[in-house]
Design a binder for this molecule. Structure first.
Ligand SMILES: [Fe+2]
Length: 480
């Protein structure tokens, strides 16, 4: 599509809608590799490695929109910081579903919200499209594009060429490998899980070496067909927090509902917490507490007395899923509110000690330094909405010391929106936060690098990206 036509489509889509909607109005355009021009500041001399980000790059096909933001095809941004310059490229993950739909110029598959086209009897037992759109895991010899209901896709770390589905030595075809793996910063071990629905509903747990090869698995029964998106390592444990969202499996099998619409908020069940020994992968306690919903955890750790501490972003209910569906329209109407909370557990006794807000900021995408995973973190970063602009999308980045309540923050210029920051450790305990910012005034995406110690000073370097990068989900950093 020529640039002028894309601008017209963007103008039409965003008419009467908030500026941020221009980020997702047209499909991402592949580019690069290209050296990124520096718009301001200068590249930190010690910043060497690669940033990878994943997200729904394409929400439209054949004049139609997907049903839910999570249905968009995965598109990967890579920025390689080498030899005092930054080189970027963007590629769609060449999944079998992406290629078939591109050839047909039409939606052909079911997805998270999307139902397969055609009469419902033709949808019975239809396999969803693996959208490969949620997150990335950088292994020593490959990049994984993750999607929580299937196998990961493997990509070339340098060129982003899609190499195919990846089984990590053990996964069966279609076996779920979720989008929030956690790597132990000392051993390099990688933990992850997948949710399996059926006659038995359970978490399939995976323990891998630093190369990603799975060498230990177990199954942890779930109380019901539930939605589990993320988990934490907390000292000696893996902790799963199962919200009271229940999946009606039958309408999905019959093809009468999409996955998203088949999930229902059932607060009467409460939230179930499952604590797992990270070495045996067996449950050590399981208990219920108040109902809430969370997509994401910041981190977990154990204190000297064994207390498990978990920081997470809490929603009062599952309306957030409806908001995420409506994002595709550029004009979500559902009101949602999220807050950073700290949960403290007695893992052995199986009880909640406390569960309190850490901040009154409306936030998402909590992240930490990769060096702090599973251990006491003194810094938690996130996107949030500044309190005086009434924005529907995040316009600020925060870094909170959760023990002392001290907040460092930066609010971007009006009409500018960051995605989840990625924390890059620097020398002597310093670090940078890297985020992609969409400027709705200029119709431009930039890569912005902040000193984690001084967000308020603004970015130390701003790099121009050659195309708009639609708001994405999760990223990672691979040091050189
Ligand atoms: Fe996520």
């Amino acid at each position: 599509m020529p640039t002028s036509t894309r601008d017209q489509v963007r103008d039409t889509f965003s008419q009467g809608k908030p500026l941020w909607s221009r980020s997702i109005a047209t499909p991402a355009v592949e580019f690069g590799p290209v050296t990124l021009p520096v718009l301001s500041g200068q590249l930190p001399a010690d910043l060497r490695g690669s940033l990878y980000r994943n997200g729904a790059g394409r929400l439209q096909r054949g004049g139609q929109s997907v049903d839910h933001w999570f249905d968009g095809d995965g598109g990967i941004l890579a920025v390689h910081f080498r030899d005092a310059e930054a080189t970027a490229l963007y590629r769609y993950v060449q999944t079998q579903g992406f290629q078939a739909e591109a050839a047909a110029d039409d939606f052909l598959y079911a997805g998270y919200g999307q139902m397969a086209p055609g009469p419902f009897w033709k949808r019975w037992g239809a396999q969803p499209k693996n959208a490969a759109n949620t997150a990335v895991l950088a292994l020593p010899d490959k990049l994984l594009a993750l999607w929580e209901a299937g196998n990961p896709h493997s990509l070339d770390l340098d060129t982003l060429a899609t190499l195919g589905l990846e089984n990590l030595g053990s996964l069966q075809p279609g076996q779920p490998y979720s989008a929030h793996p956690k790597a132990d910063p000392h051993s390099g071990e990688i933990y992850n899980f997948g949710v399996v629905f059926g006659p038995r509903n359970y978490l399939q747990l995976y323990r891998s070496d630093a190369s990603g090869q799975i060498y230990q698995q177990s199954q942890i029964p779930l109380p019901r067909p539930a939605l589990v998106h993320d988990f934490v390592i907390a000292g000696a444990y893996l902790v799963f927090v199962v919200p009271p969202v229940v999946l009606s499996v039958l309408p999905i099998l019959l093809g009468t509902k999409g996955f998203s619409d088949a999930m229902q908020w059932r607060p009467q069940y409460g939230t179930q917490i499952i604590v797992v020994d990270r070495h045996t992968l067996q449950a050590v306690s399981r208990f219920e507490t108040d109902p809430w919903y969370q997509w994401h955890f910041g981190n977990g750790y154990q204190t000297a007395d064994g207390t498990v501490v978990i920081d997470y972003v809490r929603y009062a209910n599952f309306d957030t899923n409806q908001w995420l569906k409506e994002v595709v329209t550029g004009y979500p109407k559902t009101q949602v509110s999220s807050r950073l909370y700290r949960l403290r557990l007695d893992a052995i006794a199986g009880s909640v000690l406390s569960n309190e807000p850490l901040s009154d900021l409306e936030c998402e995408f909590p992240i930490i330094s990769p060096q702090d995973v599973g251990q006491h973190h003194q810094s938690l970063c996130f996107c949030y909405k500044s309190q005086n602009r009434n924005e529907e999308y995040f316009d600020s980045i925060g870094r909170l010391d959760p023990d002392r309540g001290q907040l460092h923050q930066v609010t971007l210029a009006s009409g500018c929106y960051p995605v989840e920051p990625v924390y890059v450790p620097g020398p002597q305990g310093t670090g940078w936060l890297l985020t992609v910012v969409f400027d709705g005034n200029q119709d431009q995406s930039t890569l912005q690098i902040f000193s984690a110690d001084n967000l308020a000073a603004g970015p130390v370097c701003v790099l121009a990206l050659p195309e708009i990068i639609p708001f994405g989900f999760h990223g990672t950093w691979q040091p050189r």
